[in-house]
Write a protein that binds this ligand. Structure first.
Ligand SMILES: NC(=O)c1ccc[n+]([C@@H]2O[C@H](COP(=O)([O-])OP(=O)(O)OC[C@H]3O[C@@H](n4cnc5c(N)ncnc54)[C@H](OP(=O)(O)O)[C@@H]3O)[C@@H](O)[C@H]2O)c1
Ligand SMILES: [Zn+2]
Length: 366
C-alpha cells in the first residue's frame, strides 16, 4: 500500500475534479508485476493504468491488487474499475479508503459478488484519505480545499516590519514550495503581500510545466485591480486566470481579472463563501501563501484544511518581525488551536512540518 501511495502522489494537482489514486499489482509469488496512478481527469484510473503495465497477463492469476481508494463501481468518463477487475482471474483486492462519492462507491460489493476477496486495509487509511483530501473536501464541504503554506524563522516570523521577507528559508525549501504551488489549482495572497512583493505565484517546478495556475488576491476595496496591468502576475498567466476577491458592495469591472464578490462576516470577508465561489469557478484547491493577516483570517474562520510550515534555523525577533499569526489571539491556553499529527521532513538546514486538519476532522466524523 505504501508503494501504491507513492504512485498516487505522482498525480497530485493534476487529477481534479478526480482524486489522486495509486495502485500496485502483486503476483501470487509476491512480486510487483504492475503499478500505475490516475494522471488526469478523463484518463485511465489507477487500476487500469497499473493493469496496462503488466507484461504477462498469465501473471494476473492469483494476484493481489493494492489500491489507495475503493475501485469505482459506476461508469464515469471511463469504464468501472470494479467491473474490469471482476472479469480478471485476480484473487484479492485491497483498498486503503472508501470512495466518499455515493455515485462511485460500491466497488467492494461488485468484486465480492464476482468471487474476489475484497477488503479495506486500515493501517494506512489516513495516508490514503490524505492523498484524496482535495476531492473529499470538494465533495463533502462543497468548497475549495485550503492549504496554508508558511516560510518562517525558528521564532515564527515571516518578514521584517519593513516588509523585507526575501529570503528567510533555504533554496531547497523554496523548490518544495514550487511543487506545492503546482499541486494546487490556485495560489492566494492578501493585498499586503501583493503590494509589497509583486509576486508571480506560478509554479516553476518541471512537473507542472504544462499547468497554468490561477492567482487570487483578497482585497475588499479592490484597490489592487488598477495595479494589475503593471504586475508580474500577468507576465505568467492570462487575465482570466487572475481572480480578485472583493467586498460585495464593490462596483468596478476590469479586463485584467475576474472579480468575485463576497459578503462580510464579523467585519471581514466571509472566506467560506469565497472558497465556495472558487470551487464554482473550477478551483479545487488553494495554496494560501500569506501574509500574516490573511493566514490569521483563514484560521479565525476555521478554514485551514492543511498547514505546511517551512522553518529556517534563524531567529528574527518578534519586536522587529511580522508573525504569520499576527491577526490571531486566543483567550486561555485551553483554546489553543491543536493540530493533528505533523509530518516532518528535513530539507538541508530547514525543516518542513505538515499537518492535515481536514482528514482529521473527516475521520472523527467517520
Ligand atoms: N515568508 C513568507 O512565507 C511570506 C509569505 C507571504 C507574505 N509575506 C510577507 O508578509 C507581509 C504582508 O503581510 P500582511 O499581513 O501585511 O498582508 P496580507 O495578509 O498579505 O494582506 C492583508 C490584507 O488582505 C486583505 N484581507 C485578507 N483577508 C481578508 C478578509 N478575510 N477580509 C477582508 N480583507 C482581507 C485586507 O485588506 P485591506 O487592508 O484592504 O482591508 C488585509 O489588510 C509582506 O511583508 C510579505 O513580504 C511573507
Ligand atoms: Zn475507477
Amino acid at each position: 500500500m505504501r508503494r501504491a501511495l507513492e504512485e498516487g502522489r505522482k498525480g497530485l494537482g493534476l487529477t481534479a475534479p478526480n482524486p489522486a489514486v495509486g495502485c500496485v499489482i502483486v503476483n501470487s509469488r509476491g512480486h510487483v508485476i504492475g503499478k500505475g496512478y490516475h494522471a488526469k481527469a478523463g484518463g485511465d484510473h489507477a487500476e487500469i493504468a497499473a493493469l496496462k503495465t503488466v507484461t504477462d497477463s498469465a501473471d494476473l492469476k492469483g494476484s493481489t491488487v493494492y489500491v489507495t481508494l475503493e475501485p469505482c463501481a459506476a461508469e464515469g468518463k471511463t469504464p468501472s474499475c470494479a467491473h474490469t477487475l471482476a472479469a480478471l482471474p485476480i484473487q484479492r483486492v485491497v483498498f486503503g479508503c472508501q470512495d466518499p462519492n455515493p455515485a462511485m462507491a460500491g466497488g467492494q460489493k461488485v468484486l465480492v459478488d464476482a468471487g474476489i476477496q475484497c477488503d479495506q486495509w486500515g493501517p494506512l487509511k489516513r495516508e490514503c484519505l490524505e492523498l484524496a483530501e482535495v476531492f473529499i473536501c470538494n465533495q463533502s464541504a462543497k468548497r475549495s480545499f485550503v492549504h496554508v503554506k508558511v516560510g518562517a524563522s525558528l521564532d515564527g516570523q515571516i518578514a521584517l516590519k519593513s516588509g523585507e521577507s526575501q529570503w528567510i528559508t533555504s533554496e531547497s525549501s523554496r523548490e518544495q514550495v514550487q511543487v506545492l504551488r503546482g499541486q494546487s489549482d490556485a495560489v492566494l495572497v492578501g493585498r499586503g503581500t501583493f503590494e509589497q512583493d509583486n509576486p508571480r505565484l506560478n509554479s516553476r517546478s518541471d512537473q507542472f510545466i504544462n499547468k497554468t495556475n490561477i492567482a487570487v488576491i483578497i482585497d475588499p476595496k479592490g484597490g489592487v485591480i488598477s495595479q494589475l496591468s503593471e504586475s508580474r502576475l500577468l507576465e505568467v498567466r492570462p487575465s482570466e486566470k487572475v481572480f480578485v476577491i472583493v467586498h460585495e458592495g464593490f462596483l468596478g469591472e476590469s479586463e485584467n481579472c475576474k472579480i468575485l464578490r463576497c459578503p462580510e462576516v464579523q467585519g471581514q470577508l466571509d472566506l467560506k463563501v469565497a472558497m465556495q465561489a472558487l470551487l464554482a469557478e473550477g478551483v479545487h484547491s488553494v495554496l494560501v501563501e500569506g501574509g500574516g493577516t490573511t493566514i490569521s483570517q483563514f484560521f479565525n474562520q476555521g478554514l485551514v484544511d492543511r498547514l505546511t510550515v517551512f522553518m529556517a534555523p534563524k531567529i528574527i525577533g518578534a519586536a522587529g518581525g511580522q508573525s504569520w499569526t499576527k491577526g490571531l489571539s486566543i483567550d486561555g491556553l485551553e483554546n489553543a488551536i491543536c493540530l493533528p499529527e505533523m509530518k516532518m521532513t528535513q530539507l538541508g538546514s530547514n525543516f518542513c512540518l505538515s499537518s492535515g486538519m481536514f482528514t482529521d476532522t473527516w475521520l472523527k466524523g467517520d
